[in-house]
Design a protein around this ligand. Structure first.
Ligand code: SF4
Length: 146
C-alpha cells in the first residue's frame, strides 16, 4: 500500500518537473510477465519478434514504441530494469510493472524522470499481466518533446 502512495507521489513530482526529452532518449520499460506464457516468440531478446497475434499487450506496446520512436525493452526483474534505466542514452523512463518493481525502478533511475504505470493482474501476479495502452500513450506524451 505504501508503495502505491510512493508511486503516485513520484508521478506527481515527475509531472511537476515538466521534463521533456527527445523520443529517442525515452525508455519504455516493460516486465516480462506481460508476455503471454503460451507464446514461443523471444520478445524478451527482441520486441520485434512479436508476431502481433493480439494474445497479449506486447503487440500494442510494440506499435506504440514504433509510433513514438521511443526505446522499448522487456526485462526479467529489478536488476535488469536498473541497468536499462541507468543507460547513458536514457534521459527519462515510462515504466510498467507491479508496485514493488516500480518502486525499485524509480529509486534506481533517480534523478531521471519516471512515469510509473501499475500493470493489471487478471490471472494473479507475475503471470499474463496486462497494461492500459492509453495510460502508456499519455505517459509517453507527457515526457517527449513536441
Ligand atoms: S502479441 Fe506478440 S508477444 Fe503476445 S502472444 Fe502474440 S506474438 Fe506473442
Amino acid at each position: 500500500m505504501w508503495r502505491r502512495v510512493f508511486i503516485r507521489l513520484s508521478n506527481r513530482v515527475t509531472a511537476w518537473r515538466q521534463a521533456r526529452v527527445p523520443a529517442r532518449n525515452l525508455l519504455l520499460l516493460l516486465p516480462h510477465c506481460l508476455h503471454n506464457d503460451t507464446c514461443r516468440q523471444n520478445v524478451v531478446r527482441n520486441l520485434d519478434e512479436c508476431l502481433h497475434c493480439g494474445k497479449c499487450s506486447i503487440s500494442d506496446l510494440v506499435k506504440v514504441r514504433n509510433d513514438y520512436g521511443v526505446i522499448g525493452c522487456i526485462v526479467g526483474g529489478g536488476s535488469q530494469a536498473a541497468l536499462q534505466a541507468q543507460r547513458e542514452d536514457v534521459k527519462a523512463v515510462v515504466a510498467v510493472a507491479c508496485d514493488r518493481e516500480l518502486f525499485e525502478g524509480i529509486v534506481s533511475a533517480f534523478p531521471k524522470p519516471v512515469v510509473a504505470i501499475s500493470n493489471e493482474t487478471p490471472e494473479g501476479p507475475c503471470h499474463n499481466t496486462k497494461v492500459d495502452i492509453n495510460k502508456v500513450k499519455v505517459a509517453i506524451e507527457s515526457l517527449i518533446e513536441k
